[in-house]
Design a protein around this ligand. Sequence first.
Ligand SMILES: Cc1cc2nc3c(=O)[nH]c(=O)nc-3n(C[C@H](O)[C@H](O)[C@H](O)COP(=O)(O)OP(=O)(O)OC[C@H]3O[C@@H](n4cnc5c(N)ncnc54)[C@H](O)[C@@H]3O)c2cc1C
Length: 390
Amino acid sequence: MDFTLSPDTEALRRRVKQFIDDIVIPRESEDLWTQPERLDEIRRELQAQAKAAELYLPHLPKALGGLGLNWSDTAVIFEEAGRSLLGPRALNAAAPDDGNMRTLSHWGTPAQHARWLKPLLAGDIRSCFAMTEPAPGAGSDPSALLTVASKVPGGWRINGRKWFITGAEGASLAIVLARTDAGATMFLVDTSNPGFRLGRAMRTMDSFAVGGHSELAFVDCEVGDDDVLGEINRGFHHAQYRLAPARVTHCMRFLGAAVRAVEITQRYVTQRQSFGRVLSDHQAVQTQLADCHIEIRAARLMVAHTAWELDHLEPTAVKHGSSMTKVFVSETVHRVIDRCMQLCGGWGTTEESMLAHLYADVRPFRIYDGPSEVHRASIAKRVLNRSMRP
Ligand SMILES: Cc1cc2nc3c(=O)[nH]c(=O)nc-3n(C[C@H](O)[C@H](O)[C@H](O)COP(=O)(O)OP(=O)(O)OC[C@H]3O[C@@H](n4cnc5c(N)ncnc54)[C@H](O)[C@@H]3O)c2cc1C
């Protein structure tokens, strides 16, 4: 197994690192968490700079205006971009637009590409992906889906509620999963549709999500037959096709967040004195730092293996690996950043250290894209049913 990066990938990785250090990280200090509307302005400015630096859409094919990286190289570049919570956005490689662009490019018709994919690729509009519902609807168990789409002449009428929908505020497009006669179907809903209602903003602990996380209502929301994305009644399959790689891209980006936390911590512990020595001279501090490095390395290897699978297998065949990777990486980056906060003392809990933001961003990842418990249950079911070897 050869882990050497190609010269092109290594050169790109260095350029992304420099872009994040010089252009993106300085923008973090602008008190964005107290003025979330500024996040979208900054997204546009950073995306213009990423385009100029030829770092934009690294993960998408050249035919779509991207840099045409495969999954293995994408993992390297996303990790580098993820060192700033603004980094993936700057490259137009952040959720949910990232997964939505891939879904549209795979399942969309030429007309849907022209109407939605093209402006999303350009960063002219944003989108959201609406699956989760308040109880008793879809959550950990998507099959509890309650939002319904009924057939009407020439189209569909959608009724239902969604919540926790990332990026909904200011989005032009919502990809909505709704129940249809024999399963579920994905619909493309223009958010200017009078039946689309943006509800309350749900104040989750993270603070760098452009467009926040919102409650939505669909009230007799009429869409055309040409707004069906993919095949009718195949929505659960299409959602899995989107989610298996999407959760791995989260892992790639959040690995970068853990790396950043360790960088911050290493600076702190090599400068701060306690009990007559610099902190890094205390063995208990060294042990914790070593554990951060060991665990990041293990997580990176899991991401690299799953990225290799994505390069060589169908996305639906990567479900098992992507589930295992998602559980391991979400729990690892959370533990690493928590440890970093501990090592940085009171300063580590502040926004100015960035560690509080990094922590707040990675914590919900143990819940979204499938909670750890649900992934463990499906992993166990698969290995028992198929008598799989580890
Ligand atoms: C920051 C954030 C952003 C999000 N963005 C989006 C988005 O853009 N679009 C979208 O559609 N959704 C989004 N979500 C929703 C997310 O996908 C759901 O929160 C997730 O699927 C879990 O569903 P739930 O919250 O209803 O938890 P519930 O279904 O109520 O489950 C609660 C807990 O019960 C436990 N549990 C559930 N089932 C089992 C089981 N079988 N075995 C053992 N334990 C179990 C788990 O610990 C789980 O966390 C987001 C959530 C967050 C926090």
